[in-house]
Design a protein around this ligand. Structure first.
Ligand SMILES: *[C@@H]1O[C@H](CO)[C@@H](O)[C@H](O)[C@H]1NC(C)=O
Ligand SMILES: *[C@@H]1O[C@H](CO)[C@@H](O)[C@H](O)[C@H]1NC(C)=O
Ligand SMILES: *[C@@H]1O[C@H](CO)[C@@H](O)[C@H](O)[C@H]1NC(C)=O
Ligand SMILES: *[C@@H]1O[C@H](CO)[C@@H](O)[C@H](O)[C@H]1NC(C)=O
Ligand SMILES: *[C@@H]1O[C@H](CO)[C@@H](O)[C@H](O)[C@H]1NC(C)=O
Length: 526
């Protein structure tokens, strides 16, 4: 029956298959993993003939080749839009962001094939999640540009996103069940009662930015006193595509600049002289023409293996401005230790990939830790700052806004041993009129938003509801918000919204540094 249906589907689309027997049932079986099996079958059949005896792994590799072709087409479309956007700064920004998204999506998708060869399925899943996220970003940027909705927008929403989603779902099934394709099925989440099996039982012994690193170059204030007087110049002079660390010592001083660490600048390390001493600061914000939230970042990192310690990252955009990012990162296997992030709305943007934040201080008021990264925050201090406008009137402050768009993505925010509190100024305002202030652990930016708080200290400023909706019922049945063994006056879960959860004790280990971001492989002891 299933085979017959598949024949009909394929024939009706006039896809060139000489006979029904040649339509491999493996496509049909593998596509059971996807969220839209018929679309998955149509999409994969474009690859042409998959050998009838293909393995699941070969099928996934075929689908990566289809993705690669889709992304080449996407790149051309995005370049066309960019060319035709001259003179329109907003459109240029959106088109450029889309193009950047396509490029980084292709870069990640290419890495997936290599990871599969090495049997590193967790890396393959992480990179494919990011590849899909980057395509989603491109599409959503273009949605804001209605001048060419006829071709580009539907193109991105259909093939690359649904094909990417199907491939990621297959990868998850392959990781869980291997070649036993009969067991494959739609990816389940914690809301369906599914937790990733704990595969790394060795305890993660802790670690961070290695101590005693020798600086390759030194940045300081004052021309001629050391190698560079801006951080960006030092980054520009880091070797491209290097697998060796490039250590930049940024001496005490206030560096007013926006810094970009590009895709080819890998393993760059920023060492500062301390929070509040080495300060990188900017004031870009999403209210300016040509500046998106993404581009408002004072420091934006794309290259993998980035590390930073003993630095303050800040965005000082004034009142009447909105999204203003202090630090944004897509760096895989990134370690940030002893750093401070200062801002208001959208301070810290772990946009994608695996990131480890240790002993950091993160300050803001609305959605101030947001993005679609797989980020673990350990021993961090999270502080609510007063609103810039009419602070005495208070308001609702969601601390996090995780943006997972697909249930198969291995992304989420994990907070362990963190403290949630207010700044001195906020606490004074709160005490003088508690009822106008409400602080929430998070709200769902995207449908599969995932955030957990484990063994944290939640001050009384956290409301008893705990979590807030984004917009009506949106995402409430698909998100996962979990809490486990938190303490403090804000930690009582008895009044929590019904769509948040308590993490079952036997599954807490699935959020460990080792299991969630495979940190035991890349975070070394210090
Ligand atoms: C599939 O069959 C062909 C031809 O019989 C053979 O050469 C190939 O090794 C087989 N592949 C697998 C994965 O079994
Ligand atoms: C369009 O732009 C607005 C304002 O810049 C932003 O809030 C919104 O998220 C964008 N829409 C999409 C689909 O990206
Ligand atoms: C950060 O600064 C502290 C205090 O000065 C120092 O002990 C630590 O080694 C520094 N971290 C790194 C990675 O250099
Ligand atoms: C560009 O974006 C800014 C900020 O979002 C907005 O105020 C302005 O009207 C936009 N300009 C055009 C031409 O759309
Ligand atoms: C938050 O800070 C206040 C001082 O401003 C302190 O009294 C309180 O104990 C702190 N709460 C937590 C949970 O650490």
């Amino acid at each position: 029956m299933a085979a017959a249906l598949l024949c009909l589907t394929l024939l009706s689309l006039l896809i060139v298959h000489s006979s029904c027997e040649q339509v491999p049932s493996i496509i049909h079986d593998a596509c059971k993993a996807s969220r839209d099996p018929p679309a998955c079958e149509d999409w994969l059949s474009r690859f042409g003939r998959v050998p009838p005896n293909a393995t699941a792994l070969q099928l996934i590799q075929s689908s990566l080749q289809v993705i690669s072709g889709d992304l080449k087409k996407g790149r051309v479309l995005a370049q066309d839009i960019l060319k035709s956007s001259a003179g329109n700064p907003n459109r240029t920004t959106d088109a450029q962001s889309c193009l950047d998204g396509v490029i980084s999506s292709a870069y990640r998708a290419d890495l997936v094939a290599g990871a599969l060869h090495r049997r590193q399925t967790k890396e393959a899943r992480a990179w494919m999640s990011s590849s899909l996220g980057a395509k989603y970003d491109c599409w959503s940027e273009l949605l804001n540009e209605t001048s060419k909705p006829d071709e580009t927008t539907p193109f991105f929403n259909s093939t690359p996103i649904s094909g990417g989603s199907a491939t990621l779902s297959m990868l998850v099934n392959y990781d869980l069940y291997g070649e036993k394709i009969g067991l494959w099925g739609p990816v389940r989440t914690e809301r369906d009662g599914f937790w990733e099996p704990v595969t790394r039982s060795k305890p993660f012994l802790g670690g961070g930015v290695p101590r005693g690193l020798q600086a390759n170059v030194v940045v300081c204030k004052g021309r001629g006193l050391c190698d560079y007087d801006t951080v960006q110049e030092a980054v520009n002079n880091a070797p491209s595509g290097s697998n060796k660390r490039f250590v930049i010592w940024i001496k005490t001083g206030v560096y007013e600049e926006t810094v970009l660490v590009g895709l080819d600048k890998r393993n760059v390390v920023f060492l500062g002289d301390g929070m509040g001493k080495t300060v990188i600061t900017g004031s870009k914000n999403a209210g300016q023409p040509g500046v998106s939230t993404f581009r408002s970042a004072t420091v934006g990192v794309v290259g993998d293996g980035f590390m930073a310690s003993n630095i303050t990252f800040q965005n000082t955009a004034g009142p009447k401005t909105y999204q203003a990012v202090a630090f944004r990162s897509d760096s895989d296997r990134s370690i940030i230790e002893n750093c401070e992030f200062l801002g208001n709305q959208d301070t810290l943007y772990p946009h994608g990939m695996r990131q480890y934040y240790k002993s950091c201080r993160i300050q803001g008021n609305v959605d101030f830790i947001f993005g679609n990264g797989a980020a673990v925050f350990e021993d961090c201090h999270i502080l609510i700052a007063p609103r810039q406008q009419n602070p005495e009137k208070g308001g609702q402050n969601p601390i996090t806004a995780h943006g997972r768009t697909d249930p198969a993505m291995s992304t989420g925010f994990v907070f362990q041993n963190c403290v949630i509190n207010g700044t001195e100024a906020y606490m004074a305002l709160f005490r003088s009129n508690p009822k106008v202030h409400a602080n929430f652990l998070g709200r769902p930016w995207k449908a599969y938003s995932r955030t957990v708080f484990i063994s944290c200290e939640l001050d009384a400023i956290v409301t008893s509801d705990g979590w807030m909706p984004w917009d009506g019922e949106f995402a409430l049945e698909t998100l996962y918000y979990g809490e486990y063994k938190n303490a403090g006056a804000g930690s009582d879960t008895s009044g929590r919204v019904r769509w948040s959860s308590r993490i079952p004790a036997e599954h807490v280990a699935s959020y460990s540094v080792a299991n969630f971001i495979q940190g035991d492989r890349w975070i070394r002891g210090i």
